[in-house]
Design a protein around this ligand. Sequence first.
Ligand SMILES: [Zn+2]
Ligand SMILES: [Zn+2]
Length: 158
Amino acid sequence: MTPCPECGGSLESGSLLVGSLVHWSEKPKVRMTSPLVLEGAVWHGTYAGRPSPFQAFRCVRCQLCIVPGAPGCAHTFHAGWIFPYAKLRWVSGNTKFAPTFFYPFSSRGRGGVIAETLFSPGFPISISGARCPARRCPECGSLEITYGSREPNEQRSA
Ligand SMILES: [Zn+2]
Ligand SMILES: [Zn+2]
C-alpha cells in the first residue's frame, strides 16, 4: 500500500461517507456551478440523503484522507477547498455502514457500526462557510482532504 504523502507512515483503508454533493474550488469562495468532486448521497430532493461510500485511505496522524484517482497517474495536485454541506464520515476497513432512520443526526448505523466524523460543516450561513482544505489532481480526480485543518473563524461565524 502507498505510504502517507505527508509523513511516510502507513495508511488505513476504509470508506469515506459522503452525505451531500461536494463542490470543489481553488478559491475560498464557491458557486453552485463549481465542479463537483464527490457526488455523494442519493439526491431525491430531500435535504439529507443516505451517505455514499467512497473507497479511501487516511493517515490519522496527519488527518489526511485520500480518495484515490486513476492508478498510474503522476498526479499534479492543485491546492483548493472542498465544500461539503453535510458531515464527512469514516468507517475503517471493509465495514459497510447502513444508516438508520436517524442518520444524519446519529452516526450509529445498523448492526452497531459507528461512523467517525472527519469533518463537520456546522450550520454554515452560506455554502462558502463549509469549506475544508484539500488538494486535487485534475488529471485523474484524486483528492487529498486535510480534514483536521478547520479554519477557526469559520466556526465562530456559524
Ligand atoms: Zn501521515
Ligand atoms: Zn492524478
